[in-house]
Design a protein around this ligand. Structure first.
Ligand code: DX5
Ligand code: ZN
Length: 214
C-alpha cells in the first residue's frame, strides 16, 4: 500500500517540523491539497507554500488540484515541485489534452472524482491516467466522514483496470482510517491519503506504519 499523508492537517506554523516527521516515516508520497475557493468552498494554500514544502521534502509531492480550469497552471505546478499532478474530472473540459500535457511535462497524471461522479466517465482516458484519486468525502475539508459507497466504486474501477491492463493506481482520499483501510485494500485500492487520522494521532509515525501494513 502506498501511503500519502495529507499536509492539509499539518500545523501550518510548523510545516518544516511536520515535513521532517514525514521524511522519517515510511510514507511514500506527501499529498498536497490546493483549493481555490471556487471549485471547493475553501481556500488552502498555493504555489509559494508548495515550493517551500518541496525544499524540505524527501518524498514525491502528490498535488491534488481542487481548482477550476486547472489546465492554466500545469507548468507552474511542475516548476513548484509536483511529481504527481491531479486535476478534477468535474473541473476539466478537455481532460484528454490536460492529461497528455501533464505527462509531457514529466509528471504522473491523476484524475480526481467527486463522490457523485461515476467511474465510467473516465474509461475513455484510463490509458492516460496514472492515478485515479477517488474522493471518499466531498472535497474541501479534512476530517470528514468516509462515504461507504466508495467501496463499490473502487471494486468496479479495479475490474476495469484489470480488463484494460493499465497500470493505473486507485487512490482513496477522505476519511481514511485503520478500519476502512483494510476494506479498501481488499476492494482494490493502491494508495491511501490520510490527513486528520495521521496528524491528530499522538504518534503519527506509528499510524503511518500501521496504514502501510494493512
Ligand atoms: C479533502 C482533501 C483531502 C483531505 C483528507 O478535500 O482532498 O486530501 O486532506 O483529509 P482527511 O484524511 O482528514 O479526510
Ligand atoms: Zn486531497
Amino acid at each position: 500500500m502506498i501511503i500519502a499523508p495529507s499536509i492539509l492537517s499539518a500545523d501550518f506554523a510548523n510545516l518544516r517540523q511536520d515535513i521532517a516527521m514525514l521524511n522519517n516515516s515510511v510514507c511514500d508520497w506527501i499529498h498536497c491539497d490546493v483549493m481555490d475557493g471556487v471549485f471547493v468552498p475553501n481556500i488552502s494554500f498555493g504555489i509559494p507554500v508548495l515550493q517551500a514544502i518541496k525544499k524540505h521534502s524527501q518524498k514525491p509531492l502528490d498535488v491534488h488540484l481542487m481548482i477550476v480550469q486547472p489546465e492554466r497552471y500545469l507548468t507552474t505546478f511542475r516548476d513548484a515541485g509536483a511529481d504527481i499532478l491531479t486535476v478534477h474530472l468535474e473541473a476539466s473540459t478537455h481532460l484528454h489534452r490536460t492529461l497528455s500535457e501533464i505527462k509531457n511535462l514529466g509528471m504522473k497524471a491523476g484524475i480526481a472524482l467527486n463522490p457523485h461522479t461515476s467511474v465510467e466517465q473516465l474509461y475513455d482516458v484510463l490509458y492516460l491516467t496514472d492515478v485515479v484519486c477517488m474522493m471518499s468525502v466531498n472535497p474541501g475539508f479534512g476530517g470528514q466522514k468516509f462515504i461507504e459507497h466508495t467501496y463499490m466504486k473502487v471494486s468496479k474501477l479495479k475490474e476495469k483496470i484489470m480488463q484494460e491492463n493499465t497500470s493505473t493506481l486507485i487512490e482513496i482520499d477522505g476519511g481514511v482510517n485503520l478500519q476502512n483501510a483494510s476494506i479498501l485494500k481488499n476492494a482494490g485500492a493502491d494508495v491511501l491519503v490520510a490527513g486528520n487520522f495521521v496528524f491528530t494521532a499522538p504518534n503519527p509515525i506509528q499510524i503511518i506504519q500501521q496504514l502501510k501494513e494493512v
